[in-house]
Ligand binder design. Structure first.
Ligand code: ADP
Ligand code: MG
Length: 308
């Protein structure tokens, strides 16, 4: 990567950049209510890069759309930088979307304007915020270079491969130097090699510019490219995985998965474990010297069986 010019000052702050507490999103359709987020707690540090994984329908896109300022939460707290997204005016939200957040979608067609060249696509958001032409050209050139796209700057989106289109989309997302980059399954339409490449580039940009990154993905190999993986289940964060670069014979990393206890003291178990508890219905809790053990009933025949 090349030497980078000065990035937005907002990206250099330390401490949590995103703070979601007991966040709810309820969609109302006719007389049907769908609870997409149910008391989600999540905090992401400034400059941290996280991946959000979870089954389809678990609320990943809902979370991302709220962080992007495209959708409003129903209740709870969501702070991003200095903004409270639950209590923000419409005009402030427009400025937020334009200047403080970059977004990369899965569908490449949604990220790029088809009749503009790659360079013009990257310059468009800057033109919309009144950047002078010279500054636009310099920054788009630098971004495209850092993404290995200099020789593609004059091409149109349909003249690019899927991976190249997503690299261009990342450049568009960072055009206005936002402190936060959000990506919803950015590699969903790419093969493993291209996916690795995209995640590697996102990580490089995050480190160079101090950009905070939240990526929703199904990609198995993502933990190698982020600081933390959070697992979302039924609209809540169920567990988090951290990678440790401890010595291992095969050169890989060790991953520790932690169950998350939310604001209300609830915890969600990893799926395999939850299944064992569901079969028995009741669980036994023992507390001893700060250590809490929760046992599924099948391992303790003296416990009463579930009535159902
Ligand atoms: P994911 O991205 O994890 O697949 P989503 O956040 O898209 O999940 O959806 C979470 C839940 O909210 C799903 O049950 C989905 O059907 C519902 N949902 C999402 N968007 C809407 C909407 N605009 N109107 C009604 N229900 C929605
Ligand atoms: Mg989704």
């Amino acid at each position: 990567m090349t030497q980078f010019s000065e990035y937005g000052a907002a990206a250099q702050r330390s401490g949590p950049y995103i703070d979601c507490r007991d966040l709810f999103k309820i969609y109302k359709r006719a007389d049907l209510e769908v609870v997409a987020l149910r008391g989600l707690d999540l905090s992401v540090d400034s400059g941290e890069s996280i991946a959000v994984i979870g089954a389809s329908g678990s609320g990943k896109s809902t979370l991302l759309n709220i962080l992007a300022g495209l959708d409003r939460p129903s209740a709870g707290q969501v702070l991003v930088g200095s903004r409270d997204l639950l209590d923000v005016s419409d005009s402030d939200l427009v400025m937020y979307r334009r200047l403080e957040v970059g977004f990369v979608w899965q569908a490449t067609a949604r990220n790029l304007v088809p009749y503009l060249s790659v360079a013009d696509n990257v310059e468009l958001p800057m033109a919309l915020t009144g950047q002078p032409a010279k500054a636009r050209r310099a920054w788009s050139g630098e971004l495209l270079e850092s993404l290995g796209m200099t020789d593609k700057a004059g091409r149109f989106p349909h003249q690019l491969s899927g991976g190249e289109q997503q690299r261009a989309a990342i450049a568009v997302g960072l055009a206005n130097k936002p402190p936060l980059l959000l990506a919803d399954e950015p590699t969903g339409e790419l093969d493993t090699e291209n996916a690795d490449n995209i995640f590697q580039m996102i990580r490089g940009l995050s480190r160079s510019y101090g950009v905070t990154v939240v990526t929703v993905t199904h990609y198995q190999g993502v933990s190698r490219f982020v600081d933390r993986v959070v697992h979302i289940r039924d609209g809540r964060i169920g567990s988090e995985t951290f990678s440790r670069s401890d010595y291992r014979r095969d050169g890989g990393t060790v991953e520790d998965e932690y169950v998350v206890v939310d604001q209300a003291g609830r915890l969600q178990l990893p799926l395999e474990l939850a299944e064992r508890f569901r079969r028995g219905g009741l669980a036994r809790i023992q507390s001893e010297g700060g250590q809490i053990t929760i046992e599924p009933p099948s391992s303790n025949p003296r416990l009463p069986r579930n009535r159902s």
